[in-house]
Design a protein around this ligand. Structure first.
Ligand SMILES: NC(=O)c1ccc[n+]([C@@H]2O[C@H](COP(=O)([O-])OP(=O)(O)OC[C@H]3O[C@@H](n4cnc5c(N)ncnc54)[C@H](OP(=O)(O)O)[C@@H]3O)[C@@H](O)[C@H]2O)c1
Length: 388
């Protein structure tokens, strides 16, 4: 296949990230042929911005195009699995945003065990559609492609060490997106929405270690989880000024998960919406013979100071800082540091070369399994063993 024709379904925040990343791929490896969105205005504005020739509001009509080989799905989470299955059944390879899927109902409508089963049914159905139609899924877990994580893989190769203790986090002061406030549209709170990144990263790293050492991934064996709604505590509610997002309806804003892998090693993952001071995207790897600290955000490649944030005008500093004043850690190229152009290039190359991408179906599936197992654990107060 020479040029990969791409159709995007969705036209807002994540779609923008993906289209920018795709525009950085050099040569004529790929071309965005069409965009589809729920509203025509949104799709047309997106098409104008990225010079995309065709606009749709019916995704099935777009999927019928013969010049589209790869469908990108930067859509609200509750639509991922059905749109992915539609794309696969139309014979298209696809890119799914994180998390692959979940269970979309009111938080109290079902037990967490029933939610776990529903989420796995959705996840299994997507993988089955890939097998049935022989299409590739690119799982847009950008942590896997972030340059510091790529360097960690090379250091693992060289050191030959064992990942004994992984610690990872994605936290910030809260999402402003309306869909994120409700379980029915988000499928969970901070554990699913943000935790999918650090949980995906630690699962990926143990898969990678296993492949390198014995030709098979080292998978998660059991999960211990806890969740809380810290912005619903009385102490927080009484405070006169709120810096954190606190409009959560039925989703958690704090979570912790301890993962035990098949080889007995551990990962501890934190994801919270109660962390001021900008986005934290962090992984620390304690290997048997070395330590590697991955600071995707914040990092010190650029450190700036201004006594008043207004000095920087409208220049972007970094995501979700409450002020631009004082000492700051802007990323010179945040998209690159987070791995967005690298993930898109791998997905396009995977389709061109007929191979699995570095971040694909197994990682997407296991991430959902671990997160919903953590919800079961948090509700039932016990360690949850995964079927292997
Ligand atoms: N990897 C990352 O760093 C990252 C960052 C942010 C988000 N995400 C993930 O990306 C996904 C999307 O998040 P977002 O923030 O971009 O959400 P968003 O801003 O709410 O955008 C959702 C898009 O889906 C479109 N849509 C909804 N229903 C549709 C339908 N039936 N047919 C066609 N289009 C439809 C909407 O169309 P209209 O605009 O026409 O209404 C909108 O463009 C989420 O799963 C999220 O977890 C990942």
């Amino acid at each position: 296949m020479d040029t990969i024709g791409i159709g995007i379904i969705g036209s807002r925040f994540a779609a923008d990230l993906h289209a920018h990343a795709l525009s950085k791929i050099r040569g004529s490896k790929c071309e965005i042929v069409a965009v589809c969105s729920r509203t025509r205005e949104s799709a047309e504005a997106f098409a104008r911005k990225f010079n995309i020739p065709h606009v749709y509001t019916d995704h099935r009509a777009m999927l019928a195009r013969k010049d589209i080989h790869l469908v990108d799905l930067p859509l609200t989470t509750n639509l991922h699995h059905t749109m992915a299955i539609d794309a696969a059944d139309a014979g298209k390879h696809f890119i799914c945003e994180k998390p692959l899927t979940g269970c979309f109902t009111e938080a109290n409508a079902l037990s967490r065990q029933a939610m776990f089963e529903e989420a796995m049914k959705n996840a299994d159905a997507v993988l089955e559609a890939c097998r049935r139609n022989r299409v590739i899924m690119g799982y847009a877990e950008n942590f896997v492609y972030a340059p510091p994580v790529a360097k960690l893989r090379r250091l693992m190769d060289r050191s030959g060490g064992t990942l004994l203790d992984l610690r990872a986090e994605e936290s910030h002061s809260g999402s402003h997106a309306a869909y994120a406030r409700r379980w029915a549209t988000a499928g969970g709170g901070s554990l699913l929405r943000m935790g999918s990144h650090p949980i995906g990263a630690v699962i990926h790293l143990k898969h990678y270690e296993g492949q390198r050492k014995s030709g098979r991934p080292i998978r998660v064996k059991s999960v211990l989880g806890d969740v809380a709604q810290l912005t619903k505590t009385e102490a927080f509610r009484k405070e006169p000024r709120k810096w954190l997002v606190s409009e959560w309806e039925d989703v958690e804003d704090w979570s912790a998960a301890i993962l035990t892998f098949e080889d007995g090693t551990k990962a501890t993952v934190l994801s919270t919406d109660v962390s001021l001071g900008g986005v934290k995207n962090l992984v620390t790897a304690y290997l048997s013979n070395s330590v590697v600290q991955v600071n995707i955000n914040p990092n010190t490649s650029l450190v700036v100071y201004a006594p008043d944030g207004k000095i920087w005008g409208d220049e972007y500093i970094t995501e979700k800082v409450e002020t631009k004043g004082g000492w700051q850690f802007p990323s010179p190229d945040e998209d690159w540091m987070r791995g967005y152009p690298q993930e898109m290039e791998d997905f396009v190359d995977a389709v061109r070369e007929g191979r699995e991408p570095l971040s694909g179906a197994l990682l997407a599936h296991e991430t959902v399994e671990v997160i919903y197992a953590a919800y079961v654990s948090a509700q039932e107060g016990r360690r949850v063993d995964l079927k292997r």
